[in-house]
Design a protein around this ligand. Structure first.
Ligand code: ADP
Ligand code: UVW
Ligand code: MG
Length: 406
């Protein structure tokens, strides 16, 4: 069965075509037949489309991206044309799966997209403004291009539905919690996938493991996972809470917002400040990208060093909180852009937990291996680097949903 996956970001659109055969539950992730990304910077009318296929073809080309729908249609053209052709007819695609960031209280399973589900995704857009609207645009683009093909939403919040009330309810008047103001948690597709992959790499049963998964990308979050179920996470009502991120502040004293509101800031200004002008970018004044922060530190930039120090301080503190939720851990798992590629972040994080007998192997860490254990053989806690495969996880969820239904 061929499943197309769409993973829409605020400045990118990723897509993969997978072919799943057999029972679909494969321990090793499968290479996509075709993989495409469009990157554009918000208002720019031109985007860079990159496509590669499992038979070794690749193209890079600039395309106009005034509307996401047109850009997606152009991206899908490369499935059937030129050197990147992998199918002869769009009808070969049997299902399309989407990463949808906020599923609210009602969607904790992969769900077939209906007008009702679309309306719910739209309504939740004010809680995930950088994500849900673009997820919806992706769904609508497929309705135009592949009107007959069923679509499935896989929610980033779903994996966190097992978190117990003590970690979900905020200590504010309870009526607000009843209105849905509570912790949801995000990056669930990634946390769930890397926890399963970690169990496989450790040759252990997931149902007997305590894991702390660290998704450190542009957005950053942690999950505490016991016996395969999530029991705590750092993101909350929106993807703004918790760790310091590329451009998001993470948790700050809420009184800072009250203070700034009284100073005359508008809600839009505060939103822009907290989501786009804070984090590594806001403190360093340079960039939200860890590669540029590292380079600036190497050149002696003090603000870049301060930004990195805050990032690590907060990461260590939140790992401490996850450790307490789990009463210990068998492994720390690093994933996503920073987690997979930045040895210094892993060293600086792990140093704080040496008192627990955690020992990182410096040469293994420096190599940034994919899907490997980078702790020494006598370390009391394993440390893994796992490449997150959100798209593959979505394809598997879609396949499982179809099998449950049939
Ligand atoms: N080689 C690298 N070294 C350090 N950081 C990196 C490297 N590659 C990517 N990153 C970091 O990862 C981030 C992107 O992570 P990613 O997981 O792709 O994020 P997202 O899916 O949220 O866009 C970049 O902004 C950058 O900070
Ligand atoms: C939920 C979230 O923060 O996603 P991303 O890291 O892709 O922005
Ligand atoms: Mg991501």
């Amino acid at each position: 069965m061929k499943i197309l996956v769409l993973n829409a970001g605020s400045s990118s659109q990723k897509s993969c075509l997978y072919e799943i055969t057999g029972d679909g539950i494969l321990e090793q992730p499968v290479e996509p037949l075709w993989e495409a990304t469009i990157d554009w910077t918000g208002k720019s009318a031109v985007g860079l489309l990159k496509v590669k296929t499992s038979h070794g073809a690749s193209i890079k080309t600039e395309i106009p991206v005034k509307e996401r729908q047109q850009a997606i249609a152009q991206m899908l053209d490369t499935l059937m044309q030129g050197e990147t052709q992998v199918i002869f007819d769009l009808a070969e695609i049997q299902l399309v799966g989407h990463r949808v960031v906020h599923g609210g209280q009602h969607y904790s399973q992969p769900t077939r997209i209906t007008p009702e589900v679309k309306a719910a995704i739209k309504e939740l857009a004010n809680l995930a403004p950088a994500h849900n609207p673009v997820n919806l645009e992706g769904i609508e683009a497929i309705e135009q291009t592949l009107p007959q093909v069923p679509q499935v939403a896989v929610f980033d919040t779903a994996f966190h539905s097992s978190i117990p009330p003590g970690a979900v309810v905020y200590p504010i008047p309870y009526e607000l919690s009843e209105q849905g103001i509570r912790r949801y948690g995000f990056h669930g597709i990634s946390h769930e996938y890397v926890s399963r992959r970690a169990a496989y790499l450790l040759d252990r049963d997931l149902s007997s493991l305590k894991l702390i998964t660290c998704h450190l990308g542009n957005g950053c979050s942690l999950a505490a996972i016991r016996d395969g179920s999530c029991i705590n996470t750092t993101m909350g009502f929106t993807p703004l809470e918790g760790l310091m991120m590329g451009t998001r502040s993470g948790s700050i004293d809420p009184s800072i917002l009250l203070y700034l509101l009284r100073q005359g800031y508008s809600t839009e200004q505060l939103d822009e400040m907290l989501n786009k002008q804070s984090g590594l970018k806001g403190v360093s004044g340079i960039s939200g990208d860890m590669r540029q922060i590292s380079q600036a530190i190497a050149e002696g930039n003090d603000r870049a060093k301060l930004a990195f120090d805050i990032y690590i301080h907060r990461l260590r503190s939140h790992i401490g909180s996850m450790l307490a939720s789990l009463s210990g851990t068998d492994a720390l798992v690093f994933t996503a852009g920073v987690g997979e590629n930045h040895p210094l972040t892993r060293t600086a994080t792990c140093e704080a937990f040496e008192f627990l007998g955690l020992k990182l192997d410096p040469s293994k860490n420096q190599a940034s291996p994919k899907d490997a254990d980078i702790a020494t053989s006598d370390s009391k806690i394993r440390v893994l680097v796992v490449q997150t495969q959100e798209d593959w996880a979505i394809a598997q969820s879609c396949w499982n949903l179809l099998n449950r239904e049939s």
